[in-house]
Design a protein around this ligand. Structure first.
Ligand code: 4NP
Length: 156
């Protein structure tokens, strides 16, 4: 399974989500490829935000090798599942995907933890380290749910 995590800049939230889910999937013995992208393309080629790197590293996850890239139409064909970090991201994904946007395989990331609540992962970009710690915790709990929901589904 190929999964794409998407936020606006691909430097704060989705790089953490990529690192955490890839790590947890490996531990769970799942052969998943996890990647991330941003809708705005403003940081193409840049490493994740230093605070995203710091809080990930403090939790045993190295995301320093990642490079920001912009979401493309093709991504909707390349990936089996695409997660939007927030409702504004989802709207931009529809614009980029055009006729390739696939609502069957695209959903809000936090809907895995809080089904049907359509919540956003807050954007830590304008805040301090505490915001990144909170975002990491939310992402970690959601990645646990993604794996749990997947395992329950394949057991049925
Ligand atoms: P991200 O955070 O979407 O979690 O990577 C942001 C980073 C930069 C900007 C917006 C969000 N920006 O507009 O510059």
């Amino acid at each position: 399974m190929k999964i794409l995590m998407v936020c606006l800049g691909n430097i704060c939230r989705s790089p953490i989500a990529e690192g955490v889910l890839q790590h947890k999937a490996k531990l769970a013995g799942l052969d998943w490829i996890v990647d991330s992208a941003g809708t705005n393309g403003l940081y193409n080629g840049e490493a994740p935000h230093l605070l995203s790197q710091k809080v990930s590293k403090a939790n045993g996850i190295d995301i320093s090798h990642q490079q920001s890239r912009q979401l493309t139409k093709l991504d909707f064909s390349k990936y089996d599942k695409l997660y939007a970090m927030a409702n504004d991201v989802l709207a931009y994904m529809k614009e980029i995907g055009q006729e390739k946007f696939d609502s069957e395989k695209t959903s809000l990331f936090l809907d895995e933890l809080y089904p049907g609540e359509h919540k956003n992962v807050p954007d830590p970009w304008y805040g301090n380290e505490d915001g990144y710690v909170k975002v990491f915790d939310l992402i970690e709990r959601t990645c646990d749910s993604i794996i749990k929901n997947h395992v329950e589904k394949i057991k049925k």
